[in-house]
Design a protein around this ligand. Sequence first.
Ligand code: FES
Length: 104
Amino acid sequence: MIERELEADFVLVCIASRDPACGHGCGERGRDLILALETCLDATSATPPPLVIPTGCLGECAEGPTVVDVLARRAFTCVTIDDAAEVAKSIANWRSNREWISKT
Ligand code: FES
């Protein structure tokens, strides 16, 4: 086994489908969100944007689609394609503020 510090920066987008009897799932809505979020992050970030990774259930099914900014330990729920720009801006701003704090 090799253990090392992870340098990748990534955002998770749930694409899990659930049995409708078990409540909402993110499924197609999450899949549709991935490209929109990638495009908005590319346009927003001054630094290399985080990778957008499709993933399984993130435990917020009733409020999906769910996006998790792993580095910031924040979740965005009920995210639509129309929200992609705002989410990307929030993700980029968090990183920008973090860099500013680390320089002071
Ligand atoms: S199905 Fe997406 S958070 Fe559970």
